[in-house]
Design a protein around this ligand. Sequence first.
Ligand SMILES: N[C@@H](CCC(=O)N[C@@H](CS)C(=O)NCC(=O)O)C(=O)O
Length: 222
Amino acid sequence: MGKDNVKLLSMWASPFCMRVKIALAEKDIVYEEILEEDLMNGKSELLLKSNPVHKQVPVLLHDDKPIVDSTNIITYIDEVWPEKPLFSACEYEKSRARFWADYIDRKVYPAGRAIWSSKETAEVEAAKKEFLDIMFYLDGTLGDKDFFNGDTFGFVDILLIGLTSWFPAYEKFGGFKLEDHYPKLAAWITRSWARESVSESLTSPEKITNFVAMMRKMYGIE
Ligand SMILES: N[C@@H](CCC(=O)N[C@@H](CS)C(=O)NCC(=O)O)C(=O)O
């Protein structure tokens, strides 16, 4: 089997799918995207069969073998297609990248979700504080570098930038602007979005913000 039979089970609003699309684009891998129509009301047989434990997108099908969980998928992609590596060759830097990847995975999306899904002002304020506290550490590790790795766009950049089309919704419903708190991090978002691999993989923030507004109505938040 060749290395080029690649499919991605995906959903347009999923930041975890967007991350994988960026990694595939960075590696110039040709793939077919298979979109799930409605994760809330009916998942495809292919998804249920491919990810029976979590039943979530993204799933990468490589020669019909499923690989699940976005960070695991991106690591797999980097190992199977080693050209244009996503990690530094230095073991110490690699370990730092894994640490920040884990931090981003545990923290960013749940904190953002808490902002838009909270009803009471005090809850929104607490969620906003938690989100900005997380950004504090990410801004600190980015420092004055162009990318988290240094000069090259890599693993940590992909994991975090994949989540950022949801950030304007967090800002809107949390009543804050990331750039007022962390201008370097905001500049990193702009710099990263200028890459074709990123802009072509991410759903527009406007579309995500409308989607979030629709969910807030559906959940009776407003
Ligand atoms: N840790 C997983 C999270 C994936 C995830 O949360 N996927 C969501 C879409 S954003 C999903 O499939 N939700 C459907 C469900 O949980 O039933 C990853 O990184 O891939």
